[in-house]
Design a protein around this ligand. Sequence first.
Ligand SMILES: [Zn+2]
Length: 286
Amino acid sequence: MINQPTENPSDEKSSGFTKPCGGILSEMTFPEARDFHPQVVVLAVTSTEPHGPHLPYGTDFFIGDEIVRRSVEKACSLGGAVLMYPSLPIGNNVNFKAFPFSCRIRVRTLMNVLLDIFAALEEDGIRKIVLVNSHGGNSSTLSATLREHYESKPEGAPDKAFVCCVGPTSFASKEIRQRVTHASDHAGEGETSLIMHLRPDLVRAEALADFPRNYAVLEELRPPSSVEFIRPWHRYIPESAGGETRASSAENGRLIVESAVENFASFLVRLGEAEFYPGFPYAKPE
Ligand SMILES: [Zn+2]
């Protein structure tokens, strides 16, 4: 069942509340949550860790949390039944530990936290869960968690949710993402532009620079190598940011966020409307 928030303002009448459905769990009352029947739950998995001298520790959190918030609000305004779960502010950061207060939990801890959340949502009747990962250090853990969850119940189990994972700007158009001209693994032009738009009060513009990157002694281990290893970031990017950031702009950040939110919200609405059955998202078994 899809909620039609603008046509169902019963709570609005009784309380004077003017925002009948934002889809943001942390802002809902008990009756609002009880009467809301979301078809999709979205959870930002983020991180709090250093981002050079120009960006705040909360960069990944602000990006994931705010893009999810705007996308869920947009999806609900389009008639979607989508719920934003509280964003996780701490992720995997073992390679950042040489820097102070690089908040981190272990790989297995993050996996267990997510598996517990999936189980709670399944008990709440949710069958479609979307993770939005705004921190590169979480990526391989989230892939492994999706596999572990998939394995936890037999195929066809009616209480087994479909779980998927995307990046916060993955849904932005390629053309708009290409407006960022200097690639970076961390705290570069892309993230700086996003924070210039989302939290301009927290950008230290005077500190923008071309932040140094040290490369591995073997050619085969340098980007864009496909050889995978854990990079100690104090050796790779000693200022906790890497690459040229002086071309960053709030305008590019705005365009990327708006494109991402529009396309992601559309996906969430259609994901919510899609009929769920064991075997989803493939064609319904005859
Ligand atoms: Zn970041």
